[in-house]
Design a protein around this ligand. Structure first.
Ligand code: CP3
Length: 320
């Protein structure tokens, strides 16, 4: 959940010297940034520093970062584009990611390292929209006008992501998180028809390596009973639903033994310490203690004060 990033002065110091993509592509720096939050706060796990768009570039869709966020100058427009996108060899196209995993792993000691990728739907929205979207009009028009093309694209992304994640595991990642940041815009019918099959196949392929898979369906708590069918070990829950209710919805879908991860509203860290401490205790209570990984309900805001994070870590660790 953006454990590293612009809220950290030591991150801003590194970023002052190098662009975001160059940072992702320079293993010594990316590993250093991966460890920054661990050194400062003593979190129980680290997440690989990279970006969700890195594998899209490796598939043949170049990526740039502007002030407004990511931009793909030549997005996927239709079937003809299958000529120019491909399942890639991670050792050849993303060696810097694998080297970052190896370097971070070597420096982390007992602290586990989480690898990650975008889930097929969220990655496909970037391939099709070319940027972070609000309405997803292009994505949805491909779904409805050319369903076979949409399915082929999602399958291709899932296949490329499978190789990419297996390579991260081989390089030393001890858990994998799949970010489905925009899946909250998908209807139940589209979830079943388009999104579930490639996502479940990807989750199963990664789980077959023996590492746990965390699936984060941001904004989609209304679908949690259906989402349970992806078969993840852990479900990341955003802040919009209490964890005990999330667990009940997952159980209705058959995920009775899955763990939950989350779900303090990251905006709370912009408020006073007593409110943070109080709500952290509430999240821990709702999480039920067993099978709960404490986390924020989505990414940390760049304007978050360090003291808020310190207060949160103290509150969670002293609750144990
Ligand atoms: O938590 C970590 O430390 C791991 C690093 C990480 C980043 N991006 C670094 C980053 C992870 C796990 C991601 C995943 C990612 N990237 C997602 C899924 C997570 C989510 O929030 O739902 C998405 C949608 C992206 C695409 C992306 N990358 C966007 C939309 C943006 C711009 C948003 C913004 O806040 O400006 C990025 C840039 C980005 N990725 C930054 C960081 C630290 C900020 C870039 C900078 O340093 O200028």
């Amino acid at each position: 959940m953006r454990q590293a990033g612009r809220y950290l002065p030591e991150y801003r110091e590194v970023r002052a010297k190098v662009s975001f993509l160059d940072l992702c592509k320079t293993p010594a720096l990316a590993a250093q940034v991966t460890l920054q939050p661990i050194k400062r706060f003593g979190f129980d796990a680290a997440i690989l520093f990279s970006d969700l768009l890195v594998p899209l570039e490796a598939m043949g869709l170049p990526v740039t970062f502007t002030e407004e966020g990511p931009l793909l100058p030549t997005p996927f427009k239709g079937a003809a584009d299958f000529e120019r996108i491909k399942v890639f060899d991670p050792a050849k196209e993303t060696p810097f990611v694998l080297e970052t995993v190896r370097l971070a792993r070597a420096q982390l000691g007992d602290v586990p390292l989480i690898g990650f990728a975008g889930a097929p739907f969220t990655t496909a929205t970037y391939a099709i929209e070319g940027k972070t979207s609000k309405r997803f009009a292009r994505t949805k028009s491909v779904f409805y006008r050319e369903p076979a093309v949409a399915k082929r694209l999602l399958d291709l992304i899932a296949e490329a992501t499978r190789g990419y994640l297996l390579a991260q595991v081989q390089a030393g990642a001890q858990a994998i998180q799949l970010f489905d940041s925009w899946v909250g815009v998908v209807s139940p019918a589209d979830w079943e028809e388009f999104v579930l099959p490639p996502t479940a196949a990807l989750v199963q392929a990664v789980r077959a390596t023996g590492v746990p898979v965390i699936y984060f369906p941001n904004g989609a708590t209304t679908l949690l009973d259906r989402i349970a069918a992806v078969g993840a070990d852990v479900y990341g829950i955003d802040w919009r639903l209490p964890l005990d209710e999330a667990r009940a919805r997952l159980a209705r879908g058959g995920a009775t033994s899955a763990a939950v991860q989350g779900n303090l509203d990251p905006a709370l860290l912009l408020g006073p310490t007593d409110r943070i401490t109080q709500q952290a205790a509430e999240v821990i209570r709702q999480g039920g203690r067993r099978g709960h990984v404490f986390n924020l309900g989505h990414g940390i805001y760049p304007e978050t004060p360090l003291e808020s994070v310190e207060a949160l870590v103290r509150a969670v660790q002293s609750a144990e």
